[in-house]
Design a protein around this ligand. Structure first.
Ligand SMILES: Nc1ncnc2c1ncn2[C@@H]1O[C@H](COP(=O)(O)OP(=O)(O)O)[C@@H](O)[C@H]1O
Ligand SMILES: Nc1ccn([C@@H]2O[C@H](COP(=O)(O)O)[C@@H](O)[C@H]2O)c(=O)n1
Length: 213
């Protein structure tokens, strides 16, 4: 079996997680546990346990160097060879990896979501379908403030400083140009019902085709 790997990229808080999770949740009963799963690029943020909290807070998390993309590329290759991987587990509150890993067995369809997936050549080569969430940056910022205060233990001040110092500049330097590699560009975020239905239809079709060797 060779899984089909679908990348869902785009700016922070553009709706990547919501989009991927909605597709997953609406197909899981039909396709089964070995039919569809999600991998998060965020899990591959570099381990920073050797740094102080103050140093971790200074990291530019929107630059490609913040990620261990080589490890993600290697894991995607192993999954296409039908091997089980142990992916890292990341904590936004401590800005580093936890001591746990997540055992992840290959599924027929693998959704991979993250901000910089299409900016990396080795990763791009491993994706069968490349999706980009083209949500306007002002909407992303509002949603990021709302989400990060509740889910990531942040203050309005920390989110807005980070946005001005790294999130916005790195978006223009790396994320927005990577849209050119997308096969499908999705507007209006993670609740775009027609986009969800189109992806689901494609996934259903791929899932009923004879498996590639
Ligand atoms: N179309 C939408 N309408 C309203 N809220 C949305 C929409 N898309 C995403 N959100 C919300 O915005 C926040 C960021 O979305 P998320 O999926 O976490 O983005 P990403 O994974 O791209 O960072 C979440 O709280 C999510 O529920
Ligand atoms: N310790 C960290 C690690 C990452 N971030 C921010 O997360 C964003 C990517 O995740 P999304 O779910 O929003 O796509 C990225 O923009 C980083 O700035 C962080 O704040 N802290």
């Amino acid at each position: 079996m060779k899984p089909t790997i679908i990348a869902i990229a785009g700016p922070s808080a553009s709706g990547k997680t919501l989009f991927a999770q909605t597709i997953h949740d609406e197909l899981i009963n039909e396709l089964g546990e070995d039919g569809i799963s999600i991998i998060y690029e965020d899990a591959y943020y570099r381990d920073q346990s050797h740094l102080t909290m103050a140093e971790r807070e200074q990291t530019n998390y929107d630059h490609p160097d913040a990620f261990e993309h080589d490890l993600l590329a290697e894991h995607l290759s192993q999954l296409t060879e039908n091997k089980t991987i142990h992916s890292p587990v990341y904590c936004y509150k401590t800005h580093t990896r936890t001591s746990e890993t997540r055992e992840f067995s290959p599924t027929r369809i693998i959704l991979v979501e993250g901000i910089l997936l299409l900016a990396n050549k080795a990763l791009r080569e491993r994706f069968d379908i490349k999706v980009y969430m083209d949500t306007p940056l002002d909407i992303c910022l509002v949603r990021r403030i709302q989400r990060d205060l509740v889910e990531r233990n942040r203050s309005v001040e920390s989110v807005t400083n980070q946005y001005l110092n790294t999130v916005r500049p790195m978006y223009y330097q790396f994320i927005e140009p990577s849209k050119a590699w997308a096969d499908i560009v999705i507007t209006r975020g993670g609740k775009n019902r027609m986009a969800i239905e189109v992806l689901k239809a494609k996934i259903r079709q791929l899932s009923t085709l004879p498996q590639q060797q």
